[in-house]
Design a protein around this ligand. Structure first.
Ligand SMILES: [Fe+2]
Ligand SMILES: [Fe+2]
Length: 323
């Protein structure tokens, strides 16, 4: 397992300011919406419409196979890319076949659901690659039948190959991967970014197909600059009340977990604020990460750069022969 540099004043580093020589390059904003779980307010739409990010990214778990919340997101008049989560296909996994609700969700989102495909962000010098949707995390696909029906995929290896194919079609060498759950290999403690905190806590709950895809993509000379996902909520079930480490870096790759759940909190005066994660990109490099809180009028109330924790060592080598 990789050795994790625990949070401390010394191990946490903030992203450097952009180099002066790059100042002529435009800066693109990618604003991330973590697991929604039905916490969506009209102020959130107002914020996205007013702040006009180059792309809004949704990591899924909009609701529990809830077409109306999918419709709200699909109808937002802003550029967006979505990867649906396990909750968005909850009943379909139970039946091992897509329900009319899941079919309608996918049809509402159309090309904005970027599973196994690419969305270009030329202003930031990056391509956004969609990983496997509906992930539950852990070693199993849960329903190979469902993935087979929708994507013609029924193993982790096939899923990894489909992510790699999408990356090969990208126009940029610098990539951001959008996923519902993050990859295997970032730690096996409950508080690690994709560590298992439920059931019998402990163990790495990352996606093996995504780890394998990253290994192959980087082996082909492309650069995975960030993996943006959610699914593993910020408050841990065990140890109860503890918080997950959600922002880490290994080598040149940032791993950002946007699952602050519920994403709406009350400020000191009892007024609601909702959570966004804002990233800025210049010439293929991430030049800023901020956690942003938005008030009931859709205005930014607070923005703080989180500490990014460095993970020592190389990515673990993923067994390419295992299905
Ligand atoms: Fe979730
Ligand atoms: Fe989830």
């Amino acid at each position: 397992m990789p050795r994790i540099a625990r949070y401390s004043g010394r191990s946490a580093r903030y992203l450097p300011a952009p180099l002066p020589s790059r100042s002529i390059d435009p800066v693109a904003t990618l604003t991330v919406v973590g697991d929604v779980h039905r916490w969506w307010r009209s102020a959130d739409s107002t914020f996205l419409e007013r702040s006009r990010p180059d792309l809004s990214l949704f990591v899924g778990d909009l609701g529990d196979e809830d077409v109306e919340i999918v419709r709200l997101v699909a109808e937002l008049p802003v550029p967006k890319a979505v990867i649906l989560g396990n909750h968005d296909a909850w009943q379909s996994f139970g039946r091992k076949v897509s329900t009319p609700k899941l079919q309608e969700s996918l049809s509402l989102l159309g090309e904005d659901h970027i599973a196994y495909s690419v969305r270009e962000v030329p202003r930031g010098g990056i391509s956004v690659i969609g990983a496997r949707p509906f992930s539950w995390g852990g070693p199993s696909l849960r329903s190979p039948e469902l993935y087979d029906e929708i994507y013609g995929i029924h193993t982790m290896r096939q899923s990894a190959a489909a992510i790699v194919d999408a990356a090969r079609n990208a126009q940029h060498r610098d990539l951001v991967i959008l996923a519902h759950n993050g990859p295997l290999g970032l730690g096996d403690q409950p508080e690690d970014i994709y560590g298992k905190d439920f059931g019998k806590p402990g163990g790495d709950w990352g996606d093996r197909d995504l780890a394998l895809a990253i290994q192959r993509i980087e082996g082909s000379g492309l650069r995975v600059r960030a993996v943006i996902a959610g699914h593993m909520h910020h408050k841990l079930a065990h140890p109860r009340g503890s918080e997950r480490m959600r922002f880490v870096r290994r080598g040149e790759t940032l791993f950002l977990n946007a699952a602050y759940v519920p994403r709406v909190r009350q400020d000191a005066a009892g007024s609601e604020q909702s959570y966004f994660l804002r990233t800025r990109w210049q010439a293929g490099t991430c030049v800023g990460v901020e956690e942003v809180w938005v008030d009931v009028h859709g205005n930014e109330a607070d923005a703080v750069a989180p500490a990014i924790v460095d993970i020592d060592g190389m990515a673990p080598v993923v067994d390419e022969t295992q299905d």
